[in-house]
Design a protein around this ligand. Sequence first.
Ligand code: XUL
Ligand code: MN
Length: 344
Amino acid sequence: MAGEYRFSFGPWNIHEGADPFGPTVRRGLTFARKLKLYKKLGFDGVQFHDDDAVPDMNKLSPREIAAKAKEVRKMLRDEGLTAEFVAPRLWEDPRTIDGAYTSNDPEARQYAKDRSRRAIDIAVALNTKLIVLWLAREGTYIREAKDSKVAVDRLVEAINDMLEYNAGIKIAIEPKPNEPMDQAYIPTTGHALALGYLTKDPKRVGVNIETAHVILAGLDPSDEMGFALAYDKLYTVHLNDQNGLKFDEDKSFGSVNLRRAFNQVRILDRYDYGRKGEFVGLDVKAMRTQKQDVATKHLTNSRTIFLRLVELAGSLDESCVEQLTAERDYEELDMLIINYLMGT
Ligand code: XUL
Ligand code: MN
């Protein structure tokens, strides 16, 4: 199904290059300027944090928030773009310093629930049913500070609140094992799906699998995707790459380990990912050294690599793979794949 994929990214993927040790190195683009780039770069879908759509939303009433979001919907329409999902940004407010849904402070938990409802309002205004939950601060820096059983109860309570607030939405949990917290409560696909089954409507809770997050958990991204596909729960993906166990790097898809990227594409393509309208989502960042006028190449390169790998996955001689698998000649199978990826 090469060529039939639709791609998305979030406005944060065109960024100014600030990191924890240094300031910005590129000029910022307005949201409107970024929107103009999407189609040119080959993308149809826009991923949103709630405040990407409605900046300073905590200062606005629910009615004002919905009205602002409707203006954004018009901007999308003018550019021929679709909103893929909205994710509540719960990790920047002073109230959520030690967690949002799992905070020990009831006021913080209430704020997180209210803010999540507003994110749903924005999704409705933008005409998308998908909410992504990256559970950034739902974890600990110090084991004794929170009760891990209670934390799960609270996550379920918060997700139930969202499911009840709007009967049409679907929630994709984006697992990540660490960063910003030392230990996150929902580190893997298995944790996310199991959490979904504790909620009132498991049919509407799935996952967003990010390559780099899976690698940080010491797992294989294509296997995590296969797991979610077996449950019919892969609502979206955040493709990127990651060079070892360090901070979340969000490198271009396939740029570190082409074979690992190939296996992700192979499993997605084999099970018709995208047929039900799922986007091939990216969560990639340009290298800090990249100059202003070429700081979108990480997006086009990731898309190109994905599409080339779709072609490769489609023309791999599967009968050869089957035969070598049956013979259990895995060394030869290894060479077959490597030769294939090297074009030899
Ligand atoms: C953080 C991350 C986020 C989510 C969206 O590691 O991946 O950008 O994808 O909130
Ligand atoms: Mn992500």
